[in-house]
Design a protein around this ligand. Structure first.
Ligand SMILES: *Cc1c(COP(=O)(O)O)cnc(C)c1O
Length: 560
């Protein structure tokens, strides 16, 4: 197909509610970006894995102990099977791979294809068939094999589908970086060489783009050299130090860094952090966004349609939300809040009250996100709400099945819920997914974000809230460093020097002061609060969206 195509590779992509092909922010971002790319009619093709059993379905018992079930979904209800077959090699064994197609289609009818690779074919051995069952499941060996399917298999599948002239390969995180090995082999073959050399590296580099998404160490895959050599059945690649570096391990982040000519972090602050982590490389930043039409609730869609016609096609025009009257903003918000609170009450029977300031906190339950920070000193918290005004808090989020400390955070919130039930209502909703995220980021009053700096590369849920006029109360990390104008678009707490960290105690203390003296009084003084809501939309909704973001990828990376 034509030489303008951009191939976008991601281990996870949130395509739609019923397809369990994502675990959190990385996948949601990939989906949102592709939706904006479709809106702008860009020539992109996406590659990911199928995940027949999903990430997982989360159950929480009455103590907040998480258990995981495979997601049951009917693949052909959502995807179209393609006849093409390619193979990849694992320990010399040939594994057959097929692809299923999903079209990401814009309102105007332009489609971007996403190809979901699948090894669950009768020709393959039982174990090989499981390779595309679970997202982030299994051990290191399983993961490495999955990355072979994604990276090497992905390039081969695109070729089989007729994409022989791809302009750029975009690696969304290091998981897909084995695609570079396939591209190097292709170039070596083209040049009639047995083994690729520095020349091929330079050619491949011109084609590749890498986006790094996290400073969290566990987010960067490292595979032992012996395993890599055994699985790939080739040793010679490690001779090329400029590509396959690092004492005895294959670090997929370095592989991607070494073979990309454009590298970026996902917020300005994250760019700075990444330059410290990977000092040898030139690293830019493109701040994340969300797909506006996906994340704006029904009531706000109607409001924007009345006041800002064309806002979906031109998200920048949301700037004129500044002229929407107070009562209309509040009515739209209250409508969504009431819907959500009624939903929460039906699901949990906790008797949440629509007139009480409702804080929302939902994201993957990873420890650096510090889901329990609000309860660092519960006596102080109780005292401040009795003085400043009542609050209620709604939580959601899955912990990775192997992340016991992350699971403990959920359990801890269940314990606190019991302790505080006379003074602050708390609820933890099960099975957080994009559908729940839509309800929450439009149905609470304030979005709370408490990561340990500098671990939150960007964060995006607060952007979804902003598009619904909901301000964020957050640690200054990720996108919030750019998004917060104090008292205008929300509030920051916890003062953190770059590359330094603060303690939970000092951050919590700062959070309590902000809540008591600023946030709660502002909420209960309706007009002041609505003024902040309006600025969330006009300053942040108009900018922190994937329409602006993809345009930056186009001008900085895809078409230059
Ligand atoms: C937006 C979203 C996330 C990311 O939230 P962060 O605050 O950026 O961590 C995770 N999971 C789901 C289901 C989402 O919709």
């Amino acid at each position: 197909m034509d030489s303008e195509t951009i191939a976008y590779f991601s281990m996870e992509i949130a395509l739609e509610e019923g397809i369990p092909s994502y675990s959190g922010g990385l996948g949601v971002l990939a989906g949102d970006m592709l939706r904006s790319a479709a809106d702008l009619k860009l020539p992109i093709a996406a590659v990911t894995l199928l995940y027949r059993k999903g990430y997982f379905y989360q159950k929480l018992n009455s103590q907040g102990i998480q258990s995981e079930r495979p997601v049951e979904w009917v693949v052909p209800d959502f995807l179209e099977e393609l006849p093409h077959r390619i193979e990849v090699s694992v320990e010399g064994r040939k594994i057959q791979v097929r692809a299923w197609q999903y079209n990401i289609t814009s309102k105007e009818g332009y489609s971007i294809p996403a190809y979901l690779l699948d090894t669950d074919l009768p020709e393959n051995s039982t174990w090989d068939r499981t390779l595309t069952h679970f997202l982030y499941g299994g051990d290191q060996y399983y993961r490495f094999c999955q990355e072979i399917v994604l990276g090497i298999g992905g390039v081969r599948m695109l070729r089989a589908l007729g994409y022989d002239q791809i302009r750029r390969f975009h690696m969304n995180e290091g998981h897909a970086s084995l695609l570079t090995l396939e591209l190097l082999d292709e170039e070596a073959l083209r040049a009639n060489k047995k083994q690729f050399t520095h020349e091929e590296v330079e050619i491949v580099k011109k084609k590749c783009i890498f986006t790094t998404h996290t400073p969290v160490v566990a987010g960067h895959d490292k595979f032992p050299r012996e395993m890599v050599e055994k699985v790939l059945q080739r040793k010679e690649i490690f001779d090329m130090k400029e590509v396959f570096c690092c004492e005895g391990i294959l670090n997929t982040t370095y592989l991607a860094l070494n073979l990309s000519h454009y590298i970026n972090g996902v917020a300005k602050r994250h760019g700075e952090i990444s330059r410290l982590m990977f000092a040898k490389y030139s690293i830019d930043s493109i701040t994340n966004g969300v797909h506006a039409a996906t994340w704006v609730s029904q009531a706000f869609q109607e409001l924007y349609d009345r006041h800002i016609p064309g806002w979906r096609e031109d998200n920048f025009s949301l700037r004129s939300a500044l002229s929407i009257p107070n009562s209309e903003i509040w009515n739209a918000h209250f409508k969504q809040k009431k819907l959500f609170i009624e939903y929460v009450n039906r699901e949990t029977n906790e008797g949440f009250d629509c007139n009480i300031l409702t804080l929302g906190f939902a994201r993957r339950s990873a420890t650096y996100k510090r889901g329990g920070l609000l309860f660092h000193d519960i006596l102080k918290l109780k005292e401040l709400v009795s003085k400043a005004g009542p609050i209620q808090v709604i939580y959601a989020g899955k912990a990775h099945p192997q992340d016991q400390p992350g699971k403990d955070v959920i359990k801890y919130i269940f314990q606190i819920k019991e302790q505080l039930k006379e003074s602050i209502k708390i609820v933890y909703l099960e099975n957080y997914d994009i559908d729940m995220a839509k309800k929450m980021t439009s149905g609470v009053d304030i979005w709370l974000n408490t990561p340990q700096t500098p671990m939150e590369a960007s964060g995006t849920s607060g952007m979804k809230a902003a598009l619904n006029g909901i301000p964020m109360l957050s640690i200054p990390d990720g996108w919030w460093v750019e998004g917060c104008i104090e008292g205008i678009t929300g509030w920051t707490f916890g003062k953190t020097p770059i590359n330094g960290t603060t303690t939970d105690a000092s951050d919590a203390n700062d959070l309590y002061n902000k809540l008591e003296n600023v946030v709660i009084p502002t909420f209960y003084d309706r007009d002041r609060f609505i003024n902040i809501m309006r600025h969330c939309i006009s300053l942040n909704g108009s900018f922190f969206n994937t329409q602006r973001m993809i345009q930056q990828y186009v001008t900085k990376a895809y078409f230059r």
